[in-house]
Design a protein around this ligand. Structure first.
Ligand code: TMP
Length: 211
């Protein structure tokens, strides 16, 4: 069976994690081999870069270069080999997060992000870029996300940002969806956990990847 690449996006506090785990179990129950991973991160080098990006102060260009460096290693070492084996790759965030956080959130030039995307995600031989086959976007009002995050854990550099930052990030996700609507499934993440799960499942079933 051909590999399947699914990414999961949304502002901090949108509640992606339990549903990504649930989908991994659902695919495994159907006999599929699953690679569960995240960005920034997923390989030893990319996890080191993650620690820097999430904790050290730096400007938006440095952040963008580090997340794309981590992505390059992640694609080469983990994602491409997994897709070549026919795995289902479930990735907690991918390039849409860079456009949303570094682009919209921090105000960094999207044209430069597009250039980095075209270098880092270029597939050999063809002129195509590696992109997720489906992006499940957990869309949530930043005010609700902030309430959910409050007191949950010690916030990292991004989680500590004010609600206005997350409004810009949410706008960034909406712009990415508008540019490539076929790839995105928008989930209303303000619903109950069960309703969100049903929508996540339907988004994947609609693609014919799960019975
Ligand atoms: P996580 O907490 O969902 O694992 O995400 C890590 C944080 O990194 C989250 O606040 C979003 C941020 N991030 C970026 O700023 N740019 C990126 O390209 C990625 C993948 C994540």
């Amino acid at each position: 069976m051909p590999g399947v690449f699914i990414s999961f996006e949304g502002i901090d506090g949108a509640g992606k994690s339990t549903h990504i785990e649930g989908l991994a179990q659902a695919f495994r129950a159907c006999g599929r081999s699953v690679t569960l991973t995240r960005e920034p991160g997923g390989t030893p080098l990319a996890e080191k870069l993650r620690t820097l990006v999430l904790n050290d102060p730096m400007d938006a260009m440095t952040e963008a270069l580090l997340v794309f460096a981590a992505r390059r290693d992640h694609l080469q070492q983990l994602i491409e080999p997994a897709l070549a084996r026919g795995d289902v790759v479930l990735c907690d965030r991918f390039t849409d997060a860079t456009f949303a956080y570094q682009g919209s959130g921090r105000g960094f030039e999207p044209a430069i992000l597009s250039m980095l995307e075209s270098w880092v995600q270029a597939l050999p031989v063809t002129s195509r870029l590696r992109q997720p086959d489906l992006t499940v976007w957990f869309d949530l009002d930043p005010a609700i996300a902030a309430q959910r995050l409050a007191g949950a854990r010690v916030p990292d550099k991004f989680e500590a940002q004010p609600v206005e930052f997350f409004r810009r990030v949410a706008d960034g996700y909406a712009q990415r969806q508008a540019q490539d609507p076929q790839r995105f499934a928008r989930i209303d993440a303000a619903q109950s956990r069960e309703a969100v799960w049903q929508d996540v499942l339907s988004a994947v079933q609609n693609k014919g990847w799960l019975a």
